[in-house]
Design a protein. Structure first.
Length: 482
């Protein structure tokens, strides 16, 4: 096996999708398993990607009026237990601290699976009057949910995420906020990550424990066309307000309970980037979040004038510094072919090659990761060309993902059709459902497909439930999910 093949050596995406995914995560050096079961080490390249994502999403939160804060990691059992549905929903996944130093604790403390139960009692202290509302806070942290069958980024015992928690005077304002944040997630996924999503509402059995209504953005992954829940936004109604005593004096002189929302997006979306855009050569990172947007590979032989190449590379990086995140691969123990494969695997959107002939001609060669198209560009035009190509790659990745979503989403008329599609990993099915949890549960038990969402943008259409034949107002999305 040649050196060049060795660096890739990843499974075929078509034939062994799961192994391909694991290979890409490991070999692109995004992450690897730690010595703690179910917990990943996110390596510098993977973390740099997460940081880019974090910055863009954080900017969107700030632009919609939110501030960041930080609340404790540990939650006393008595607090977590106050909202019955909430504690019941999370019980199977909660990790507990029972000892502090050498002493048994009088009451166990949960490692936060989510922070409503520690945040709401504080909001109860902060809120006295309608003038104290709304509260618009987000926190970046990690949470722990016990996981028996971990998968890199998609299901890990500890995961990085953000959780927003807002508090409002009226139910309408809370619902409006929950929908606003769903739209923030949609814009982030579509515009920044180039991942098209279907926004919708969760069925009662799939909604967040304790929520009145859960909104979700669902994305289609490559390979088996399964769904990934990529961000959720919950209208919590006044359940948490009542339970935790978030009470305020309203304009009309009445004491009222406040209305809450919470919303979260996690590092699962890193897994989504891998699965939606990747190919047999590895990752394909959307330029907006790629830690390195242009990798410069100088090509020279011993006999060449190394100084002339160095001077040209310096000039190129100076030209590009203002328009792109650039890195130069100066490794002298690797062939150019090895480097090409390595940076393809890592998904860098543009490769820039510069050799002695390019130096003499005042030019450089650009290679796109998405189409592999090769262009020779005069240095004088380099910066605007790179800027244009990065924007084109971003658009192109979204268009390809949208084609996949559209091509593999099909309206079905019968349960048999749905079963066949699920069994064949053919994609998502739009089917009529009466709204009864029993019909939903039967599909899940027999096919493993779940209702991913009731799409917000699908028009109402009278029909008959594909299970029981009862009247249905609209189609819902059935699919297998990660
Ligand atoms: Zn039914």
């Amino acid at each position: 096996m040649s050196n060049d093949q060795f660096v890739k050596n990843i499974a075929s995406r078509e034939e062994e999708y799961s192994r391909w995914y694991t290979d890409v995560v490991n070999k692109a050096q995004l992450a690897e398993w730690s010595l703690v079961h179910g917990c990943m080490v996110i390596r510098p390249y993977g973390y740099a990607l997460w940081e880019q994502m974090q910055q863009l999403l954080d900017r969107r939160f700030k632009a919609t009026g939110h501030q960041n804060a930080y609340f404790p990691l540990l939650i006393p059992e008595s607090l977590l237990a106050r909202e019955a549905e909430h504690v019941e929903g999370f019980a199977p996944e909660v990790a507990w601290v029972t000892r502090g130093g050498n002493k048994e604790l009088e009451e166990p403390w949960a490692v936060r699976p989510t922070s409503e139960a520690i945040i709401c009692p504080i909001y109860a202290k902060w809120v006295q009057s309608y003038r104290d509302l709304p509260i618009l806070i987000n926190q970046w942290n990690s949470v722990v949910r016990w996981e028996e069958r971990p998968r890199a980024f998609l299901r890990t015992l500890e995961f990085l995420w953000q959780e927003g928690h807002t508090c409002h005077a009226t139910p309408d304002e809370a619902d409006e906020r929950a929908r606003m944040m769903l739209e923030v997630y949609r814009r982030f996924l579509e515009d920044d990550l180039a991942i098209p999503v279907v926004p919708g509402v969760k069925s009662d059995s799939e909604k967040f424990a304790g929520a009145l209504r859960t909104y979700t953005v669902e994305a289609m992954m490559g390979g088996k066309y399964w769904a990934l829940q990529s961000g959720t936004s919950h209208n919590l109604g006044d359940h948490f307000g009542r339970v935790f005593g978030i009470e305020f004096l309203d304009r009309d002189g009445q004491r009222k309970f406040a209305f809450n929302t919470s919303w979260g997006l996690s590092h699962r979306t890193v897994g989504a980037i891998v699965m939606v855009h990747g190919d047999d050569a590895g990752l394909k990172l959307p330029p907006k979040v790629a830690p390195i947007q242009v990798i410069v590979v100088p090509i020279w032989r011993k006999s060449d004038d190394a100084r002339a190449i160095e001077a040209a590379v310096d000039r190129i990086t100076a030209l590009l510094a203002l328009v792109a995140r650039v890195k130069v691969d100066w490794r002298d123990d690797r062939t150019a072919g090895y480097k090409f494969n390595d940076w393809e695997l890592k998904g860098v959107p543009l490769r820039l090659e510069v050799g002695p002939r390019d130096v003499a001609n005042e030019q450089a060669v650009l290679v796109r990761r998405d189409t592999r198209e090769k262009l020779t560009v005069p240095l004088a035009n380099l910066a605007p060309t790179v800027e244009r190509l990065l924007a084109e790659i971003q658009t192109n990745l979204f268009a390809a993902a949208k084609r996949m979503l559209d091509a593999h989403t099909v309206a079905v008329a019968t349960y048999d059709e749905l079963k066949e599609r699920v069994a064949a990993n053919a994609g998502w099915s739009l089917a009529h459902w009466c709204g009864d949890a029993a019909c939903e549960a039967q599909v899940k038990a027999e096919t493993k497909a779940t209702i991913r969402c009731i799409p917000l943008e699908l028009p109402r259409e009278p029909g008959l439930c594909i299970l029981c034949g009862a009247a249905s107002e609209r189609r819902v999305v059935f699919a297998r999910a990660y």
